[in-house]
Write a protein that binds this ligand. Structure first.
Ligand code: CAA
Length: 399
Protein backbone atom coordinates (compact mmCIF):
# COMPACT_ATOMS: atom_id res chain seq x y z
CA UNK A 1 0.00 0.00 0.00
CA UNK A 2 1.43 3.38 -0.93
CA UNK A 3 1.48 5.83 1.98
CA UNK A 4 0.10 8.68 -0.14
CA UNK A 5 -2.85 6.60 -1.36
CA UNK A 6 -6.06 8.60 -1.10
CA UNK A 7 -9.36 6.81 -0.70
CA UNK A 8 -12.89 8.08 -0.47
CA UNK A 9 -16.14 8.75 -2.26
CA UNK A 10 -15.74 8.47 -6.01
CA UNK A 11 -19.43 8.84 -6.90
CA UNK A 12 -22.69 9.43 -5.02
CA UNK A 13 -26.28 9.02 -6.19
CA UNK A 14 -29.57 8.94 -4.31
CA UNK A 15 -33.16 7.85 -4.87
CA UNK A 16 -36.29 8.34 -2.83
CA UNK A 17 -39.93 7.20 -2.78
CA UNK A 18 -42.74 7.68 -5.29
CA UNK A 19 -44.87 9.86 -3.01
CA UNK A 20 -44.52 12.84 -0.72
CA UNK A 21 -46.62 14.01 2.22
CA UNK A 22 -46.36 17.78 2.84
CA UNK A 23 -46.23 18.70 6.52
CA UNK A 24 -49.12 21.10 5.82
CA UNK A 25 -51.33 18.00 5.27
CA UNK A 26 -50.16 16.41 8.54
CA UNK A 27 -50.68 19.70 10.41
CA UNK A 28 -54.18 20.14 8.96
CA UNK A 29 -55.05 16.60 10.09
CA UNK A 30 -53.68 16.76 13.65
CA UNK A 31 -54.24 20.46 14.38
CA UNK A 32 -50.55 21.27 14.92
CA UNK A 33 -49.38 24.82 14.22
CA UNK A 34 -47.40 24.50 10.97
CA UNK A 35 -44.69 26.69 12.54
CA UNK A 36 -43.74 23.72 14.73
CA UNK A 37 -42.95 21.62 11.65
CA UNK A 38 -41.52 24.28 9.33
CA UNK A 39 -39.53 26.21 11.96
CA UNK A 40 -39.49 24.08 15.13
CA UNK A 41 -38.15 20.88 13.54
CA UNK A 42 -37.19 22.33 10.13
CA UNK A 43 -39.22 19.94 7.94
CA UNK A 44 -41.38 20.74 4.89
CA UNK A 45 -42.39 17.28 3.65
CA UNK A 46 -41.51 13.61 3.84
CA UNK A 47 -41.07 10.91 1.20
CA UNK A 48 -43.46 7.97 1.34
CA UNK A 49 -42.70 4.76 -0.56
CA UNK A 50 -45.37 3.28 -2.85
CA UNK A 51 -46.87 -0.11 -1.94
CA UNK A 52 -44.45 -1.71 -4.44
CA UNK A 53 -41.32 0.08 -3.16
CA UNK A 54 -39.02 -0.77 -0.27
CA UNK A 55 -35.37 -0.42 0.77
CA UNK A 56 -34.32 -2.75 -2.07
CA UNK A 57 -36.07 -0.91 -4.91
CA UNK A 58 -34.79 2.47 -3.66
CA UNK A 59 -31.28 1.08 -3.21
CA UNK A 60 -31.20 -0.37 -6.73
CA UNK A 61 -32.54 2.91 -8.15
CA UNK A 62 -29.81 4.84 -6.31
CA UNK A 63 -27.00 2.50 -7.38
CA UNK A 64 -27.99 1.87 -11.02
CA UNK A 65 -26.64 5.22 -12.33
CA UNK A 66 -23.30 4.53 -10.59
CA UNK A 67 -22.96 1.13 -12.25
CA UNK A 68 -24.03 2.67 -15.58
CA UNK A 69 -21.30 5.34 -15.33
CA UNK A 70 -18.39 3.25 -14.00
CA UNK A 71 -19.21 -0.35 -14.87
CA UNK A 72 -19.18 -3.15 -12.31
CA UNK A 73 -15.84 -4.81 -13.14
CA UNK A 74 -13.99 -3.39 -10.12
CA UNK A 75 -16.83 -3.79 -7.60
CA UNK A 76 -15.93 -6.85 -5.54
CA UNK A 77 -17.88 -5.87 -2.42
CA UNK A 78 -21.37 -4.47 -1.76
CA UNK A 79 -22.14 -3.29 1.77
CA UNK A 80 -25.80 -2.54 2.45
CA UNK A 81 -26.56 -0.47 5.55
CA UNK A 82 -30.10 -0.28 6.90
CA UNK A 83 -32.26 -0.02 9.99
CA UNK A 84 -35.37 -1.16 8.09
CA UNK A 85 -34.18 -4.58 7.00
CA UNK A 86 -36.58 -6.82 5.05
CA UNK A 87 -35.14 -10.18 6.15
CA UNK A 88 -33.50 -11.51 9.31
CA UNK A 89 -31.03 -13.66 7.37
CA UNK A 90 -30.57 -12.57 3.75
CA UNK A 91 -28.81 -9.30 3.01
CA UNK A 92 -30.99 -6.82 1.10
CA UNK A 93 -27.82 -6.22 -0.89
CA UNK A 94 -28.14 -9.63 -2.56
CA UNK A 95 -31.44 -8.54 -4.17
CA UNK A 96 -29.73 -5.34 -5.36
CA UNK A 97 -26.77 -7.35 -6.66
CA UNK A 98 -29.23 -9.38 -8.71
CA UNK A 99 -31.32 -6.42 -9.97
CA UNK A 100 -28.13 -4.65 -11.11
CA UNK A 101 -26.63 -7.83 -12.56
CA UNK A 102 -23.36 -7.38 -10.69
CA UNK A 103 -20.62 -10.00 -11.19
CA UNK A 104 -20.95 -13.20 -9.16
CA UNK A 105 -17.35 -12.71 -7.94
CA UNK A 106 -18.56 -10.31 -5.27
CA UNK A 107 -19.10 -10.35 -1.49
CA UNK A 108 -22.37 -8.83 -0.25
CA UNK A 109 -23.27 -8.11 3.35
CA UNK A 110 -25.77 -6.06 5.39
CA UNK A 111 -24.75 -3.92 8.37
CA UNK A 112 -26.95 -2.62 11.18
CA UNK A 113 -26.57 -0.05 13.94
CA UNK A 114 -29.60 2.25 13.57
CA UNK A 115 -28.68 5.34 11.53
CA UNK A 116 -24.91 4.86 11.97
CA UNK A 117 -24.36 1.72 9.86
CA UNK A 118 -23.60 3.50 6.56
CA UNK A 119 -20.56 5.08 8.19
CA UNK A 120 -19.38 1.68 9.40
CA UNK A 121 -19.87 0.54 5.78
CA UNK A 122 -17.84 3.47 4.47
CA UNK A 123 -14.96 2.79 6.88
CA UNK A 124 -15.02 -0.92 6.07
CA UNK A 125 -14.94 -0.03 2.37
CA UNK A 126 -11.93 2.24 2.86
CA UNK A 127 -10.06 -0.56 4.60
CA UNK A 128 -10.79 -2.92 1.70
CA UNK A 129 -9.68 -0.37 -0.90
CA UNK A 130 -6.47 0.31 1.01
CA UNK A 131 -5.77 -3.42 0.97
CA UNK A 132 -6.24 -3.55 -2.80
CA UNK A 133 -6.57 -0.13 -4.49
CA UNK A 134 -7.67 -1.73 -7.77
CA UNK A 135 -10.98 -2.71 -6.13
CA UNK A 136 -14.05 -0.55 -5.56
CA UNK A 137 -16.78 -1.03 -2.96
CA UNK A 138 -20.43 -0.16 -3.50
CA UNK A 139 -21.84 1.19 -0.23
CA UNK A 140 -25.61 1.56 -0.09
CA UNK A 141 -27.60 3.15 2.73
CA UNK A 142 -31.35 2.64 2.35
CA UNK A 143 -34.14 3.15 4.86
CA UNK A 144 -37.82 3.72 5.37
CA UNK A 145 -38.33 5.63 8.61
CA UNK A 146 -41.64 4.62 10.17
CA UNK A 147 -43.14 5.64 13.49
CA UNK A 148 -46.64 4.99 14.87
CA UNK A 149 -49.47 7.07 13.42
CA UNK A 150 -50.51 9.92 15.73
CA UNK A 151 -47.22 9.74 17.66
CA UNK A 152 -44.72 12.64 18.01
CA UNK A 153 -42.32 10.73 15.73
CA UNK A 154 -44.85 10.76 12.86
CA UNK A 155 -43.61 14.17 11.68
CA UNK A 156 -40.04 12.86 11.42
CA UNK A 157 -40.56 9.97 8.98
CA UNK A 158 -39.14 9.73 5.45
CA UNK A 159 -37.45 7.37 2.99
CA UNK A 160 -34.38 7.38 0.74
CA UNK A 161 -31.35 5.46 -0.44
CA UNK A 162 -27.84 6.78 -1.06
CA UNK A 163 -25.36 4.75 -3.08
CA UNK A 164 -21.65 5.59 -2.94
CA UNK A 165 -18.77 4.14 -4.91
CA UNK A 166 -15.71 3.96 -2.66
CA UNK A 167 -12.32 3.74 -4.32
CA UNK A 168 -8.75 4.98 -4.61
CA UNK A 169 -8.08 8.43 -6.04
CA UNK A 170 -11.72 9.48 -5.58
CA UNK A 171 -13.43 12.18 -7.66
CA UNK A 172 -15.61 13.69 -4.90
CA UNK A 173 -14.35 13.45 -1.30
CA UNK A 174 -11.14 12.05 0.24
CA UNK A 175 -11.88 10.52 3.62
CA UNK A 176 -9.24 11.39 6.22
CA UNK A 177 -7.79 9.74 9.27
CA UNK A 178 -8.52 10.00 12.14
CA UNK A 179 -12.03 9.23 13.35
CA UNK A 180 -13.55 10.15 16.70
CA UNK A 181 -15.59 7.26 18.08
CA UNK A 182 -18.29 6.97 20.75
CA UNK A 183 -20.54 4.16 21.98
CA UNK A 184 -23.01 4.25 24.88
CA UNK A 185 -25.71 1.70 25.78
CA UNK A 186 -28.86 3.86 25.75
CA UNK A 187 -32.51 3.08 24.90
CA UNK A 188 -33.35 6.28 23.03
CA UNK A 189 -34.69 4.67 19.83
CA UNK A 190 -35.04 0.98 18.99
CA UNK A 191 -37.19 -1.46 17.06
CA UNK A 192 -37.75 -5.02 18.35
CA UNK A 193 -37.90 -7.66 15.61
CA UNK A 194 -41.69 -8.00 15.91
CA UNK A 195 -42.40 -4.31 15.23
CA UNK A 196 -42.64 -2.38 11.93
CA UNK A 197 -42.48 0.99 13.65
CA UNK A 198 -39.69 2.33 15.81
CA UNK A 199 -40.01 3.03 19.52
CA UNK A 200 -38.46 6.27 20.68
CA UNK A 201 -38.06 8.53 23.67
CA UNK A 202 -37.89 11.81 21.73
CA UNK A 203 -36.28 14.10 24.28
CA UNK A 204 -33.89 11.39 25.50
CA UNK A 205 -32.88 10.71 21.89
CA UNK A 206 -31.94 14.36 21.37
CA UNK A 207 -29.93 14.37 24.61
CA UNK A 208 -28.20 11.10 23.63
CA UNK A 209 -27.32 12.55 20.20
CA UNK A 210 -25.79 15.65 21.80
CA UNK A 211 -23.83 13.50 24.27
CA UNK A 212 -22.47 11.58 21.27
CA UNK A 213 -21.44 14.84 19.58
CA UNK A 214 -19.29 15.61 22.62
CA UNK A 215 -17.96 12.07 22.88
CA UNK A 216 -16.92 11.79 19.25
CA UNK A 217 -15.37 15.25 19.18
CA UNK A 218 -13.38 14.57 22.36
CA UNK A 219 -11.94 11.40 20.83
CA UNK A 220 -11.41 13.09 17.44
CA UNK A 221 -9.39 15.87 19.10
CA UNK A 222 -7.39 13.33 21.14
CA UNK A 223 -6.60 11.43 17.93
CA UNK A 224 -5.09 14.62 16.46
CA UNK A 225 -8.02 15.79 14.32
CA UNK A 226 -8.51 19.22 12.79
CA UNK A 227 -9.66 22.20 14.88
CA UNK A 228 -13.30 23.25 14.21
CA UNK A 229 -12.37 26.45 12.39
CA UNK A 230 -10.73 24.48 9.56
CA UNK A 231 -14.06 23.08 8.36
CA UNK A 232 -16.03 24.75 5.57
CA UNK A 233 -19.18 22.85 6.53
CA UNK A 234 -20.47 20.09 8.80
CA UNK A 235 -22.71 17.24 7.61
CA UNK A 236 -24.73 15.94 10.55
CA UNK A 237 -27.13 13.04 10.74
CA UNK A 238 -30.48 14.81 10.32
CA UNK A 239 -33.52 13.02 11.81
CA UNK A 240 -35.03 16.48 11.28
CA UNK A 241 -32.96 19.34 9.99
CA UNK A 242 -33.13 21.48 13.16
CA UNK A 243 -31.15 18.70 14.84
CA UNK A 244 -28.11 19.68 12.76
CA UNK A 245 -28.35 23.22 14.14
CA UNK A 246 -28.72 21.95 17.71
CA UNK A 247 -25.76 19.62 17.22
CA UNK A 248 -23.49 22.27 15.73
CA UNK A 249 -24.32 24.81 18.44
CA UNK A 250 -23.52 22.12 20.99
CA UNK A 251 -20.21 21.28 19.31
CA UNK A 252 -19.09 24.91 19.11
CA UNK A 253 -20.05 25.41 22.73
CA UNK A 254 -18.13 22.31 23.77
CA UNK A 255 -15.07 23.58 21.85
CA UNK A 256 -15.33 26.98 23.54
CA UNK A 257 -16.10 28.69 20.21
CA UNK A 258 -18.57 31.51 19.60
CA UNK A 259 -22.05 30.12 18.89
CA UNK A 260 -23.45 33.09 17.00
CA UNK A 261 -26.24 32.14 14.64
CA UNK A 262 -24.32 33.28 11.55
CA UNK A 263 -21.50 30.84 12.28
CA UNK A 264 -23.96 27.98 12.83
CA UNK A 265 -25.93 28.89 9.71
CA UNK A 266 -22.81 29.05 7.53
CA UNK A 267 -21.64 25.62 8.69
CA UNK A 268 -24.94 23.79 8.29
CA UNK A 269 -27.44 25.50 6.01
CA UNK A 270 -26.31 24.03 2.67
CA UNK A 271 -26.51 20.50 4.08
CA UNK A 272 -30.24 20.55 4.86
CA UNK A 273 -31.93 21.13 1.47
CA UNK A 274 -32.62 17.47 0.69
CA UNK A 275 -33.34 16.23 4.22
CA UNK A 276 -35.88 19.01 4.84
CA UNK A 277 -38.09 17.71 1.99
CA UNK A 278 -37.27 13.96 2.16
CA UNK A 279 -37.48 13.54 5.95
CA UNK A 280 -35.50 11.10 8.05
CA UNK A 281 -33.79 8.46 5.94
CA UNK A 282 -31.87 6.97 8.91
CA UNK A 283 -28.59 5.52 7.49
CA UNK A 284 -28.78 7.64 4.32
CA UNK A 285 -29.38 10.96 6.09
CA UNK A 286 -25.80 12.13 6.72
CA UNK A 287 -24.87 11.32 3.11
CA UNK A 288 -27.95 13.16 1.81
CA UNK A 289 -26.54 16.10 3.76
CA UNK A 290 -23.29 15.69 1.81
CA UNK A 291 -25.20 15.44 -1.49
CA UNK A 292 -27.05 18.68 -0.72
CA UNK A 293 -23.82 20.43 0.25
CA UNK A 294 -21.94 19.40 -2.88
CA UNK A 295 -24.91 20.04 -5.20
CA UNK A 296 -25.46 23.53 -3.83
CA UNK A 297 -21.85 24.58 -3.40
CA UNK A 298 -21.61 25.69 -6.99
CA UNK A 299 -24.63 27.96 -6.84
CA UNK A 300 -24.62 29.26 -3.31
CA UNK A 301 -21.57 28.82 -1.09
CA UNK A 302 -19.92 31.91 -2.41
CA UNK A 303 -17.06 29.95 -4.00
CA UNK A 304 -17.08 31.73 -7.37
CA UNK A 305 -15.10 29.15 -9.28
CA UNK A 306 -14.18 26.05 -7.36
CA UNK A 307 -17.05 25.93 -4.82
CA UNK A 308 -15.70 23.61 -2.12
CA UNK A 309 -12.52 22.59 -4.00
CA UNK A 310 -9.90 21.48 -1.44
CA UNK A 311 -12.08 22.42 1.55
CA UNK A 312 -12.57 20.25 4.63
CA UNK A 313 -15.99 18.95 5.59
CA UNK A 314 -16.85 17.40 8.98
CA UNK A 315 -19.18 14.40 9.25
CA UNK A 316 -21.10 13.42 12.36
CA UNK A 317 -22.81 10.09 12.02
CA UNK A 318 -25.16 9.14 14.89
CA UNK A 319 -27.06 5.89 15.31
CA UNK A 320 -29.34 5.54 18.32
CA UNK A 321 -28.62 2.90 20.85
CA UNK A 322 -25.95 4.39 20.38
CA UNK A 323 -22.84 4.50 18.19
CA UNK A 324 -21.42 7.67 16.66
CA UNK A 325 -18.39 8.74 14.65
CA UNK A 326 -16.90 12.10 13.70
CA UNK A 327 -14.52 12.21 10.75
CA UNK A 328 -13.31 14.63 8.12
CA UNK A 329 -13.25 14.65 4.35
CA UNK A 330 -11.51 16.88 1.84
CA UNK A 331 -13.50 17.85 -1.22
CA UNK A 332 -11.52 16.94 -4.34
CA UNK A 333 -10.77 19.87 -6.69
CA UNK A 334 -12.89 19.52 -9.83
CA UNK A 335 -15.58 17.54 -7.98
CA UNK A 336 -18.37 19.55 -9.62
CA UNK A 337 -17.81 17.81 -12.95
CA UNK A 338 -18.90 14.53 -11.34
CA UNK A 339 -22.06 15.62 -9.53
CA UNK A 340 -25.59 14.41 -10.27
CA UNK A 341 -27.38 17.58 -9.25
CA UNK A 342 -30.07 17.49 -11.98
CA UNK A 343 -30.91 13.83 -11.29
CA UNK A 344 -31.06 14.48 -7.53
CA UNK A 345 -33.42 17.41 -7.93
CA UNK A 346 -35.53 15.34 -10.36
CA UNK A 347 -35.80 12.50 -7.80
CA UNK A 348 -37.35 14.97 -5.39
CA UNK A 349 -39.50 16.86 -7.89
CA UNK A 350 -40.98 13.74 -9.50
CA UNK A 351 -42.76 12.64 -6.30
CA UNK A 352 -46.57 12.73 -6.32
CA UNK A 353 -48.17 14.47 -3.32
CA UNK A 354 -50.47 12.34 -1.15
CA UNK A 355 -53.49 13.43 0.82
CA UNK A 356 -53.29 12.60 4.51
CA UNK A 357 -55.87 9.79 4.02
CA UNK A 358 -53.83 8.22 1.17
CA UNK A 359 -50.65 8.37 3.26
CA UNK A 360 -52.43 6.79 6.23
CA UNK A 361 -53.64 3.90 4.09
CA UNK A 362 -50.11 3.26 2.80
CA UNK A 363 -48.72 3.50 6.34
CA UNK A 364 -51.11 0.79 7.54
CA UNK A 365 -50.27 -1.67 4.73
CA UNK A 366 -48.31 -4.77 5.59
CA UNK A 367 -47.97 -8.19 4.02
CA UNK A 368 -49.89 -11.08 5.59
CA UNK A 369 -47.48 -13.59 7.12
CA UNK A 370 -49.40 -16.64 5.81
CA UNK A 371 -47.06 -17.62 2.97
CA UNK A 372 -49.75 -16.97 0.33
CA UNK A 373 -49.45 -15.13 -2.98
CA UNK A 374 -49.65 -11.39 -2.30
CA UNK A 375 -49.09 -9.25 -5.40
CA UNK A 376 -48.58 -5.53 -4.83
CA UNK A 377 -50.57 -2.82 -6.65
CA UNK A 378 -48.53 -1.29 -9.48
CA UNK A 379 -47.83 2.20 -8.15
CA UNK A 380 -44.18 3.09 -8.57
CA UNK A 381 -42.92 4.76 -11.74
CA UNK A 382 -39.34 4.03 -10.66
CA UNK A 383 -37.00 1.58 -12.39
CA UNK A 384 -37.53 -1.31 -9.94
CA UNK A 385 -40.55 -2.66 -8.11
CA UNK A 386 -41.45 -5.17 -5.44
CA UNK A 387 -43.97 -7.24 -7.42
CA UNK A 388 -45.19 -9.65 -4.73
CA UNK A 389 -44.58 -11.60 -1.59
CA UNK A 390 -45.15 -15.22 -2.62
CA UNK A 391 -44.45 -18.26 -0.46
CA UNK A 392 -42.69 -15.90 2.01
CA UNK A 393 -40.33 -14.77 -0.82
CA UNK A 394 -39.96 -11.19 -2.02
CA UNK A 395 -40.18 -10.98 -5.82
CA UNK A 396 -38.66 -7.95 -7.53
CA UNK A 397 -39.06 -6.72 -11.13
CA UNK A 398 -37.13 -4.34 -13.32
CA UNK A 399 -39.61 -2.07 -15.06
N1 CAA B 1 -43.58 27.51 15.96
C1 CAA B 1 -42.22 27.33 15.98
N2 CAA B 1 -41.60 26.38 16.72
C2 CAA B 1 -42.37 25.57 17.47
C3 CAA B 1 -43.78 25.69 17.51
C4 CAA B 1 -44.37 26.71 16.72
N3 CAA B 1 -45.69 26.89 16.70
N4 CAA B 1 -44.25 24.76 18.36
C5 CAA B 1 -43.19 24.05 18.81
N5 CAA B 1 -42.05 24.54 18.29
C6 CAA B 1 -40.69 24.07 18.49
C7 CAA B 1 -40.36 23.67 19.92
O1 CAA B 1 -39.99 24.80 20.69
C8 CAA B 1 -39.22 22.70 19.69
O2 CAA B 1 -38.04 23.42 19.41
P1 CAA B 1 -36.73 23.24 20.36
O3 CAA B 1 -36.40 21.77 20.35
O4 CAA B 1 -35.70 24.05 19.67
O5 CAA B 1 -37.14 23.70 21.70
C9 CAA B 1 -39.60 22.00 18.39
O6 CAA B 1 -40.58 22.83 17.75
C10 CAA B 1 -40.22 20.61 18.61
O7 CAA B 1 -41.21 20.74 19.58
P2 CAA B 1 -41.42 19.61 20.70
O8 CAA B 1 -40.13 19.21 21.29
O9 CAA B 1 -42.49 20.06 21.60
O10 CAA B 1 -41.97 18.43 19.72
P3 CAA B 1 -42.37 16.95 20.02
O11 CAA B 1 -42.64 16.68 21.45
O12 CAA B 1 -43.43 16.64 19.04
O13 CAA B 1 -41.03 16.12 19.67
C11 CAA B 1 -39.35 15.15 18.34
C12 CAA B 1 -40.20 16.40 18.59
C13 CAA B 1 -38.68 14.71 19.66
C14 CAA B 1 -38.30 15.45 17.32
C15 CAA B 1 -40.31 14.01 17.86
O14 CAA B 1 -40.76 14.33 16.57
C16 CAA B 1 -39.66 12.63 17.83
O15 CAA B 1 -39.69 11.91 18.81
N6 CAA B 1 -39.04 12.25 16.67
C17 CAA B 1 -38.36 10.96 16.53
C18 CAA B 1 -37.07 10.91 17.30
C19 CAA B 1 -35.96 11.76 16.73
O16 CAA B 1 -35.99 12.19 15.60
N7 CAA B 1 -34.92 11.99 17.56
C20 CAA B 1 -33.76 12.74 17.12
C21 CAA B 1 -32.49 12.29 17.80
S1 CAA B 1 -32.29 10.51 17.65
C22 CAA B 1 -31.60 10.28 16.09
O17 CAA B 1 -31.09 11.18 15.50
C23 CAA B 1 -31.68 8.91 15.49
C24 CAA B 1 -32.83 8.84 14.56
O18 CAA B 1 -32.67 9.11 13.36
C25 CAA B 1 -34.13 8.48 15.09
Amino acid sequence: MSSDLTTGIHDLSFATGEYVLPHTALAAYNGTDIGKYHTGIGQRSMSVPAADEDIVTMAAAAAAPIVARHGAERIRTVVFATESSVDQAKSAGVYVHSLLQLPSACRVVELKQACYAATAALQLAIGLVRRDPSQQVLVIASDVSKYDLDSPGEATQGAAAVAMLIGADPALVRIEEPSGLFTADVMDFWRPNYRETALVDGQQSIAAYLQAVEGTWKDYAEQGGRPPQEFAAFCYHQPFTKMAYKAHRHLLNYCGQATDEDAVERAVKHTTAYNSVIGNSYTASVYLALAALLDQAGDQTGGQDGGLDGRSVGFLSYGSGSVAEFFAGTVVPGYRRHLRTAAHRAAIDRRTPLTYAEYRELHQRSFPADGGDHPTPAQTTGPFRLAALRGHKRLYDTR
